[in-house]
Design a protein around this ligand. Sequence first.
Ligand code: NDP
Length: 500
Amino acid sequence: MTAVRTPGVPIVDNGELVSTNPSTGAEAGRFPVADPAAVTGAVDRARAAATWWAGLGFDGRRAHLLRWRALLARRITELAELCHREGGKPVADATVEIVSAIDHIDWAARNAKRVLGHRRVRSRLLLAEFSAHLEYQPYGVVGVIGPWNYPVLTPLGSAAYALAAGNAVVLKPSEYTPAVGQWLVDSFAEVVGEAPVLQVVHGLGDVGAALCRSGVGKIAFTGSTATAKKVMAACAETLTPVLLEAGGKDAMIVDEDADLDAAAEACVWGALTNAGQTCIGIERAYVVTPVHDAFVAKVVERAARLTVGDDGADIGPITMPDQIETIRRHITDALDRGGRAALGGADAVRPPFVHPTVLVDVPEEAPAVREETFGPTLTIRRVADVDEAVTLANAVSYGLGSSVFGRRRAVAVARRLRTGMTAINSTLTFVGMSTLPFGGVGDSGFGRIHGDEGLREFGYARAVTRRRGPSLLPATTFDRTPEQVTRIIKIVQKLYDRRA
Ligand code: NDP
């Protein structure tokens, strides 16, 4: 029997997960749902594949990963169109996302050896007879659980780095974007056909939960804060380490010496790209009084010119139909509390679309200011100075990204923000910078993807000491004499019993 469909809401039909486009309801793909035994089977196969993959060494893996990144670059349009067909994301937005993912694969492949490979570190004087060595070993199998909003970049931000580090990966894509997840895995298999180094398991949240309990070496989760807590609780049962990339409520601060045109343009893009369904999307702006009114006018003017719709529009549909009620609630609550819609408002919500909405004078305790809205909305608040802006920006439980526009004080302001990342005189740019770590604090999670830190997340540090000569002052043996212990004390006092 075929189940009833609401556009965009995935259903399970005869044991298959069926994903549909949120605007048209057209089917994007159907995939067998993995039961717990299938999840365990995939992890078992991955374990064997990981041994082969790790055995290739950094240079062998690099060659395979660079071939995969070349394949993605060749087929970028095909993948962007699939992202559009399945999640509703404008093709241009999907293209930008894939470009960033390709760069991350390239960087992870080229830098894994430098960051994770064997290196000698300095010995300390008290153990001078030993050499010291450090290297990072893969965990074996890494489970990657991804969201739907950036179905290429977010899973690959973990998976590419985990693969470069020598792990096999089992990916559980969001139930809203299984076709994109399947495409990624199939494309990898085209260049690495020898063993199932990258696999996919499909299904609803319970499949993600089964992956957490399947005995993988580490879980890399990207998704909401609420689910992150469930993932961590499930992983606690087996002490499986977790990397959690969760939600955000990112703020932009605009100082009086900012380039206002650039700030407004970046704010509109940062807030409204991907219909605001961006973990690091700008959801709040704090603007100092002298430039507040001009900034609001510029933002409204630019945002009002954006097109909303399905094919070729700047802003596509809300991918997850349930989210529309959250967006509606945040807007109406903000207006009920005395806020004003400088653009859009309650009637901007026209499912499956939400038109750009700019809210001003919204009290700070409103959900529109404190909770993740995940829609094409923005609050702008007037502040007396950047000190007030920093205090308000830091007053939420999230701490993912942020943005500062200004000249003289911008760097100093950026340093005071309690967020994992800040863009100065731009928005969101840190996510594409493969050399930089990506992640948050507080309710935004912990651990880092991307950059050196992102590689180290997928290898555990292994420390080795190696004797290179006899011990003149043996401490770590029962054969030490009282005289030797007395000499050790004297040396330690000579070395350390002094001020810095
Ligand atoms: P969810 O938390 O709803 O889902 C994320 C993933 O977890 C999905 O694959 C989901 O499967 C799976 N899942 C659900 N329940 C469980 C469970 N009990 N155990 C294990 N896995 C489970 O997030 P969304 O997909 O709605 O993504 C949006 C959220 O992601 C936003 O909060 C956004 O801010 C955040 N995000 C964070 C990023 C970051 O880097 N910090 C980047 C991108 C998004 P299913 O879909 O089948 O339910």
